[in-house]
Write a protein that binds this ligand. Structure first.
Ligand code: 13P
Length: 341
């Protein structure tokens, strides 16, 4: 394993002022997004939509890496250029989602285990040839109703660790994504408790699996009130609790932490990241974004499947990318949103 090479990729992924575009929706998930805007989920529509993002010169200024789905990493733009090449030309690192989804964990009351380890070494070899230099694996945990169980936390941590070790063996930086879900009725204290436990166990298993901290990126949830909870914590409380948990759990050798948005509104996702960087300027790791919905909801709506809307969609994407870019250095202000509206 070449730790120096992995570290150089990881550091590029968490460059200040930039973040990661999670465009790795599976065919099922992108269909749900397209249904909302009345667009049929065909291979060509999926290609056209993603091509418009990767060709957004202004938006890609703030993007350090793009997570792709298996279909997309093999696709070519309308003019025949591989989409991976468009991403590289924009100065971003191409990445690939390699898990095959969260499946029911046996005998664990509806909890899930993320699958995809079988044949993963061979898949990494192929993805590396296709241009991927980092990968993503997402595990999810429900913090409501007495969950998660230790069985769920431990099984997912072991899978994350085995995935991360295989990625590094093949010259690919693993994004390790343990996601405590945000859509329940739990309070922020429950989110904090579960996030801390999940991160402690995840880093323990990464250690047992010999994963180099210098060559990975963590993609966690923020510590936040469940969306159905009566008390919604404010921006500063979310920022301070999130940073406190990360300090307890994440080794300083990890180059960066790139949050998922998890269903937060576009502006909340930006405000929370901004507050963390503004209030906690001297952290050992870069704090950035790896957003799916919070970067793409606006451009999807603006596009709505019509080619004449491509410039408006690219502008909407560029705006969100710019706002989140500013949040990585604590320089975002709510006023900047109003001017654009
Ligand atoms: P969201 O930002 O929409 O949560 O997506 C990020 C992601 O990659 C989830 O795995």
């Amino acid at each position: 394993m070449d730790i120096g090479a992995l570290n150089a990729i990881a550091r590029k992924m968490v460059t200040r002022g930039k973040g990661i575009l999670a465009a790795d929706e599976s065919s099922g998930t992108i269909k749900k997004r397209f249904d909302k805007i009345g667009v049929e989920s065909t291979e060509t529509n999926r290609r056209d939509y993603r091509e418009l993002l990767f060709r957004s010169r202004e938006g890609m200024k703030y993007i350090s890496g793009v997570i792709l789905y298996d279909e997309t990493i093999r696709q070519k733009a309308k003019d025949g250029t591989p989409l991976v090449k468009l991403i590289e030309e924009a100065g971003a690192v191409p990445g690939i989602k390699v898990d095959t989804g969260a499946k029911p964990l046996a005998l664990s009351g509806g909890e899930t285990i993320t699958e995809g380890l079988d044949g993963l070494r061979e898949r990494f070899v192929e993805y590396h040839k296709l241009g991927a230099r980092f990968a993503k694996w997402r595990a999810t945990y429900d913090p409501t109703g007495g969950r998660p169980s230790y069985n769920c936390i431990n099984a997912n941590a072991q899978a994350l660790a085995r995935y991360a070790a295989l990625a590094q063996e093949n010259g690919i930086v693993p994004i390790v994504e343990p996601e405590v879900l945000m859509d329940g009725d739990n309070d922020i204290e429950a989110c904090e408790r579960v996030t801390e436990w999940v991160l402690k166990e995840t880093f323990q298993q990464l250690y047992y699996a010999n994963v180099a901290m210098e060559g990975m990126v963590l993609k966690p949830n923020m510590v936040i009130s469940g969306m159905k909870c009566a008390r919604q914590a404010g921006v500063e409380e979310v920022a301070d609790r999130t940073v406190a948990v990360l300090k307890r759990c994440v080794p300083a050798a990890v180059p960066g932490i790139a949050f998922l948005s998890g269903g937060q509104s576009d502006e909340a996702a930006t405000a929370h990241l901004n507050a963390m960087n503004a209030r906690h300027p001297n952290l050992p790791w870069a704090l950035t974004f790896s957003y799916g919905r919070a970067l793409q909801a606006a451009p999807q709506k603006a596009w709505s499947g019509k080619s004449e809307n491509v410039p408006a969609a690219q502008a909407a994407f560029a705006h969100r990318a710019h706002m989140n870019g500013l949040a990585t250095t604590g320089q975002w202000k709510p006023d900047l949103e109003k001017k654009a509206a």
